[in-house]
Design a protein around this ligand. Sequence first.
Ligand code: CP
Ligand code: NVA
Length: 331
Amino acid sequence: MGLNIRGRSFLTLLDFTPEEINYMIDLAAEFKHMKNNGVEHKWLSDKQVVLLFEKTSTRTRCAFEVGARDLGMGVTFLDPGSSQMGKKESLADTAKVLGRMYDGIEYRGFKQSVVEDLAKYSGVPVWNGLTDDFHPTQMLADMLTVREEFGSDLRGRKLTFFGDARNNVANSLMVVCAKLGMHFCACGPQDRMPSEELVARCQAVAAETGAVLEFTSDVAQGAKDCDVLYTDIWVSMGEPAELWAERIKLLLPYQVNKEVMAMAKPTAIFMHCLPAFHDRETTIGEDIYEKFGLEAMEVTDDVFLGTQARQFREAENRMHTIKAVMYATLK
Ligand code: CP
Ligand code: NVA
């Protein structure tokens, strides 16, 4: 195929061509096939990776740990309570030390500039495991999931993100849809749309790939002809809990429920990066019920448990795609 991304960091999909993105997804599909057929692939047994998490995680951490071990690599996990980074040692110094011990670094945290600086100072590939702005590893899993449903050419497929359309996941979906020539629709209130700067960058990509970018506050318009209905939590990690009341008021009209699903194509699927508030089985979910009387937030339980839902396959695909990113950048 002639593509080589060895030695590159994976900070945002804006840095990658459509061919490179498809190459990583193809590779992930191969790893998935191998894993499902019990074919060992400990191809990087001489490598070590470190995972830095300044925000909590289930899927991303587990995907990196399992993916790294399947590839034969050693893994170190560091959280803010167990490292010096930012408290007794600058980010640049930490990056320089880690780059001398490890072959690759995963970072989940707040500012995008932190993951960029880690890449700049460490000298080894750095993988963005979510920042306030972007969640690029999630996108590869999402697009593998969409490909498994609709085939590998995603051009023209309409994916609508309902809700907080300026969060990290929505931003990244707009980028990946633009790169892959898809029809991306952000459906939410006017003041939660992606930033003008990011829209302009994605419009420039869309001009090359034939992608369509649509922005609407009308749910019927967002769901019309839609292949993928996607939503995410209304208050993201790092945002204050006081925002819940305001966000509920603003975003409840964009909840993905049976009525919204019925407005899309009959073949449409539902996706969510997870974790999701679809019932009261969490402390926050129960608290919101007591304060606001809501049984569910961004997605109703019937949709989440329904036949069109693909979020658990999507979660599994995090592991196959993260493995592909690590392998392609380290091999
Ligand atoms: N989707 C996702 O990133 O999940 P975690 O926060 O559990 O890693
Ligand atoms: N927007 C969410 C995504 C979680 C995977 C957050 O940042 O909390």
